[in-house]
Design a protein around this ligand. Structure first.
Ligand code: ZN
Length: 327
């Protein structure tokens, strides 16, 4: 009898399903260390990007800070292959990286690496051919028509314009409407057709080879805000060899990165670039056609946040003179 009970117990134990092993985290490197100027405060924006990624619960994030300008890069040899995706919060001129460093990154990408570029990372390396194939389009750092045509969206497709001119421009940081152009892509699934993005620069006139580039979302660059009058690509995906690239042209600073749409697309874009899939749900706070929404906990990581919106006020004028005393 005892044996029978023991036997039944063993059978019962065998029927209890073992807990599923938690999937290994996706290994993410955030690369920072340089930008085009103090207006792109990478020390702050890396904190924001890291917090956004840590909150997803899928990623194991390391930050690698490249040596500053003027340093010796000969011993800077990132172990790209340890990571499923590299997030570039980094913008440096062509000569900064020695050829073997560039080649090592190209090899990583050709072999199936993942790349996410945030905002001014598309300013980096104007003459590095493979880099520009990865990001599709870029701006500034002397780019002009030799970098490739200006790409914009019209009548349901991507149009190129190879007229001469500089690459990269933006107007004032007004809230603007984003329009989804591919709601079937895993990064975009469930998003509304249009939504408001806030706190940011709307990059226009980006140029490049746009090799294998698919536009996920655009924004209308308003001539009333010194824009082009065209729908400018702001969220893109590309491929390079077996590698996947998510290029987000939004995210000028902590406030811009904290816009909930920027948070969601970055979190999804990193997972997609690493794995080709997105398993994240859309938050109920995603902005809509008329409503901006930003994460105050992320925006507050900017040391200027306590100044509030006062810098947005009209230029200060002298106080009006007090009324003349009546006689
Ligand atoms: Zn910027």
């Amino acid at each position: 009898m005892k044996k029978a009970v023991l036997g039944l117990l063993l059978v019962a134990l065998c029927l209890i399903p073992l807990p599923a092993r938690a999937a290994a985290p996706i290994r993410v490197m955030i690369l920072d260390g340089e930008s085009g100027g103090p207006y792109h405060n990478w020390q702050v924006t890396t904190q924001v990007i890291r917090k956004e990624l840590d909150q997803v619960g899928l990623f194991a994030v390391d930050v690698l800070t490249a040596p500053p300008a003027g340093s010796d890069f000969s011993s800077f040899k990132p172990d790209w292959a340890r990571y499923q995706v590299i997030v570039f919060n980094y913008d440096a001129p062509d000569q900064r990286w020695p050829p073997d460093l560039k080649t090592s990154f190209e090899t990583y990408m050709r072999n199936g690496g993942g790349l996410v570029t945030v905002h001014a990372a598309d300013n980096a390396f104007p003459e590095w051919k493979a880099w520009n194939e990865m990001i599709g389009v870029g701006g500034w750092r002397g780019r002009d028509e030799k970098a490739g045509p200006h790409w914009y969206w019209s009548n349901g497709k991507l149009i190129s314009d190879d007229k001469p001119g500089p690459a990269g421009h933006h107007g004032l940081r007004r809230p603007f409407l984003m329009t989804a152009r591919d709601l079937h892509h895993p990064i975009m699934r469930g998003l509304p057709k249009v939504w408001m993005h806030q706190g940011d620069e709307l990059y226009d006139s980006l140029r490049g080879p746009a090799t294998n580039m698919t536009v996920l979302a655009t924004a209308y660059s308003d001539p009333a805000n010194s824009g082009t009058g065209l729908d400018e690509p702001l969220l893109m995906v590309s491929s390079f060899g077996k590698g996947r690239i998510f290029h987000s042209a939004v995210g000028h600073d902590a406030l811009a990165l904290s816009s909930v749409d920027a948070v969601v697309t970055l979190q999804r874009g990193v997972q997609w670039a690493a794995t080709g899939k997105v398993t994240q749900q859309l938050p109920a706070t995603f902005p809509n056609e008329h409503t901006v929404c930003y994460r105050s906990d992320l925006a507050a990581l900017d040391p200027n946040y306590p100044r509030g919106y006062n810098p947005l006020d009209a230029p200060s004028r002298p106080r009006p003179s007090p009324p003349a005393p009546t006689k």
